[in-house]
Design a binder for this molecule. Sequence first.
Ligand code: NAG
Ligand code: NAG
Ligand code: NAG
Ligand code: NAG
Ligand code: NAG
Ligand code: NAG
Length: 768
Amino acid sequence: MGSTINIFFGLFICLSLAQITILTSAKVYVVYMGGNDSDDPDDILTKNHEMLVSVHSGSVEEAHASHLYSYKHGFRGFAAKLTDDQALHIAKMPEVVSVFENKRRSLHTTHSWDFIGLVGEETMEIPGFSTKDQVNVIIGFIDTGIWPESESFSDVDMPPVPAGWKGKCQSGEEFNISHCNRKLIGARYYLSGYEAENQNSEFDDDPKNKKTFRSPRDSNGHGTHTASTAAGRYVSDMNYKGLARGGARGGAPMARVAVYKTCWDSGCYDADLLAAFDDAVRDGVHIVSLSLGPDAPQGDYFSDAISIGSFHAVSRGISVVSSVGNEGAKGSATNLAPWIITVAATSIDREFTADLEMGNGVTLKGESLSVLQMGAPARIISASIANGGYFTPYQSSYCLESSLNYTKTRGKVLLCRHAERSSESKVRKSEVVKEAGGIGMILIDENVDVAIPFVIPAAIVGKKVGNRILSYINKTRRPSSRIYASEAVLGSKPAPRVASFSSKGPNGLTPEILKPDVAAPGLNILAAWSPAIGQKMKYNILSGTSMACPHVTGIVALIKAVHPTWSPSAIKSAIMTTASSFDKAGKPMRVDPEGRRGNPFDYGSGFVDPTTVLNPGLVYDSTTVDYKAFLCSIGYDQKSLRLITRDNTTCENLPTSSPSSLNYPSIVIPYLKSNFSVTRTLTYVGNSDKKTIFRAMVAPPHGVEVDIVPRSLVFDGYGRKMSFTATFRFSGPTRGYVFGWLQWRSEKVRVSAPLVVRAMPFDMGLGE
Ligand SMILES: *[C@@H]1O[C@H](CO)[C@@H](O)[C@H](O)[C@H]1NC(C)=O
Ligand SMILES: *[C@@H]1O[C@H](CO)[C@@H](O)[C@H](O)[C@H]1NC(C)=O
Ligand SMILES: *[C@@H]1O[C@H](CO)[C@@H](O)[C@H](O)[C@H]1NC(C)=O
Ligand SMILES: *[C@@H]1O[C@H](CO)[C@@H](O)[C@H](O)[C@H]1NC(C)=O
Ligand SMILES: *[C@@H]1O[C@H](CO)[C@@H](O)[C@H](O)[C@H]1NC(C)=O
Ligand SMILES: *[C@@H]1O[C@H](CO)[C@@H](O)[C@H](O)[C@H]1NC(C)=O
């Protein structure tokens, strides 16, 4: 039986895609079967096929035609085209943890059709540490592929590929084995899950005549951008159309890059994502970086490819870094699993602004990436009076498609609006104005932080400046304006600020786990790009938590280089406990667009500080057993957990009773009644052999008393562990979430953790 199936499996490879699509009523499902235990990969394949044959009424041919992937290295499972009934049948089989549809995930770039903009000039020479061993660190990027000719991936002066690397360079359209080198050491691509969902695939006629490659080559730019941000080589003259000119490099420029192209223009599918994780684990990467995720609200941990793939990667010592999402709103955070490092986006201290000179002599500033400028002042009008056809003034005030009348618009500067949180392209609005004969545009939008590459002289202003311009237009007989080219401006506003689009906590799935974990630059980031598209640029400026994620990936690579034995959770702890919630001026970090004071739901532990991550003093470490206890505490049943971890521990013999008790570098108590205690364990990772004393300092959340016992901890050597208990109790009335922090201080280091508490609704802790 087994051998028959194996013979057929060989044949399957020869079947054409057309034959697979015969199963029209079927959908692609992912069948997740937990850890791979010690089974031989071939046996796993055989078992998967036996399962498929059994739901296809014994038809071996149909079983093979329905099969997309088998996952057998990092974890067990498969992806296949199944009817709902077949999926239900498989879900009841004893070895199966979960069966879920092949959902689409999105890249976490804002306005992905709008290229946007700034700098990644992080110089990460860290005093007192040598990071030369980063040449041994391999980062796997699950993204849109790579542009291998980019200078950012040159292998000049790089030593041979690390021994033990099992990855490969998969050839395909305009990509062959010679495109890999000592920098780009692996490249694979995955499209079965994507093609099964997209009958009219992007490989067919593309309306914009855009090139797409059936290979690891990047036709989108996103993957090239993220990989070069984390690990790009130094490029001496990186710039965007002459803006932000200068030398730039990634965080760990000598680390190795392995590419897993899983995302296509329309998104990334679960079946493909899991195949990429499965290969990355086997290939031997040390870090997986994914600037993508589900839309909020995220599904449960074992019905989500990223949560599953990352769980098994982290269980094998591979760090996984991901972006929190770009939905901006409270509670919209994604990539919520505690084993992932989830990153929020902030600004840096550089902006792109254009001068707007008004006819009354006043010069205002707007945000823009347009390098075009007007030669002379021109008449400025509100777009609402330029309405054409059947469009109302209200509609045309948003400069919607075809809403403008050429006669009224020609030769003028238009003042247009952008609806809050709308997904309309701002670049497109500048095209609409241009097509209607306009020669400039000022766009009123609360999100002034993201710079946009408009096609005419144009800039974005906030509501306040917008109203000033409106009132100038109203009060003046012949109002005029002249828009100048954008310039990069350093240090103009407090920085960093949390970007308005960056998704916020609380965690919608497990409120006891704080998300995001940390914040990093993600606004107007300049990095390498794919010249396959648009204006054929080698570098581009983009914004999104997608751009923040690889900044942290680069820092993880540096930590791995210096501390190769640290676990993923120790590395994560080092990044979190050294982060800062203050901006560079020493003031509490603010949040765009309104400039309100930030809190841990905006930035987690704070803005990453690469200068202190290598010496965090203490870490909050956790292991797979701790994650298992966490999963028990949120109600996963014994049977699933045994399959996931493939061991014999039961929930009863694991200590954790509340998800707040996971040894996490932040503490959230979302339902505080009268009092609640959590215990945390710290591990000393400093370099002193003598006794090192750490003392607790607490800034309690408003209306909450926090007792730390003991108040001081003495460590007498590397790797020593000490526990403490934090008890939370109401000291006065509170409403909603309140925030504070706990810091362990020695003479040399500070180990900070945010504290987040919310009173149980309708129970202010005033007694029962
Ligand atoms: C999973 O399979 C790999 C071989 O692909 C093996 O090296 C590894 O030990 C297996 N994992 C477990 C938990 O047994
Ligand atoms: C790979 O592609 C390059 C150019 O794209 C070409 O010069 C080279 O001969 C190819 N190598 C192989 C092994 O096909
Ligand atoms: C555009 O405006 C002109 C002048 O006000 C008017 O005569 C014309 O009918 C308008 N055209 C459209 C398509 O609205
Ligand atoms: C400008 O005038 C229009 C009516 O012509 C009015 O609706 C609007 O509120 C005025 N705006 C300002 C800022 O004065
Ligand atoms: C689990 O328990 C069974 C029986 O008690 C034993 O044979 C097996 O080796 C155990 N497996 C592991 C991974 O500990
Ligand atoms: C904590 O609350 C429990 C009831 O939930 C109460 O019995 C106990 O005395 C409280 N402990 C302290 C130290 O306040």
